[in-house]
Write a protein that binds this ligand. Sequence first.
Ligand SMILES: *Cc1c(COP(=O)(O)O)cnc(C)c1O
Length: 386
Amino acid sequence: MRPEQLKFQTRAIHVGNPPDPQTGAVVPPIHPATTFVQPGAGDWGTFDYSRSGNPTRTAVQTTLASLEGGCGALAFSSGMAATHCATMLLSAGDHLLAGMDIYGGTYRLLHKICSSVGIQVQTIDLSDPANVARAIRDNTKMLWLEGIGNPRLTVPDLPALIEVAHDHELLVGVDNTFATPVLQRPLEWGADIVMHSATKYLGGHSDCLAGVLAVRDQDLLDRLYFIQNATGAVLSPFDCFLLARGLKTLQLRINQQCRSAQQLALFLENHPQVKNVLYPGLPSHPDHERASQLLDGGFGGMITLEAEGDFETTRRLVKSTRLFHLAVSLGAVESLIEQPASMSHASYDAAARAEAGITDGLIRLSVGLEHPKDLIQDLDQALTGS
Ligand SMILES: *Cc1c(COP(=O)(O)O)cnc(C)c1O
């Protein structure tokens, strides 16, 4: 059977993971070597130097490309390194449009690093694709957005946004960290680049910092590979191994995390101490209908809520859960709780935070793989006690 005929779950296990031809080992070996013997001077073999290519990295990149439906993928030392590589396709004087609802670190990269090298950065509200059309200038080169926004869990109309951007020959990059290829594969809708903080769901165990770019077009892959090799933020072979191991259970984990999150969101929506719940799987979410059309088999493992009470009550609340650890990051087996205004989105300036609806009372949950009943009980004691 050709790999592309296999189902997602099968590809996650078999593509990029053939048994080792030398030993028969069913798990490909980790190759720590930084340099590789050459057939002759100036005669490059498949691998020559580990920044330029490493067999363990190639293996996981092969799996990643298959899961996102791309022609290839590149593995980076962090999600930010992956996003930075994509922005290095632009030059001074180019204009970049980004969604308003983006990860705090991406906001900082765009506004502090990209701006400082002369890229014009503009963040816009993506709820209406016409906003993109209106914001496009002669020098606009790229649209950067998140498949599920952060932290309000907006679900933009990706197919429509990609179409508008392509009408104007923009490159479209989608940070697919929250949705994962289990729920949505933007390359299939024509996006040019899909980015992941693989630190989150793809790795899935809070033990591996990694980033990914997957692309549809070979020419673009070559350009990104050139930048990555020239700048050097590659993923180490050991972390490639951890990422490859995480990918094998990605679909199972996401399916369960979606089911648990749906249960928790319902519980929270009916809790007297909760003012408002933002979960795309609830009919009360502004983007629920679109999410039902665009997301495949679930609404993700992230929940955002606003509890009754002020800033201090919120601070107390996020400290009073016992199973939910108070920490940034997300997407792993253990559940996490955080306050975006003071943690994940602290690098937004105050005005941008207000504009993106990141209030002081907002709380973000990453639902892990504990039993949902235990998680519900934990949230209940925290909400009732604070
Ligand atoms: C964590 C995160 C990033 C940054 O990735 P790192 O691996 O921490 O560098 C980018 N985008 C989103 C949506 C994230 O959650």
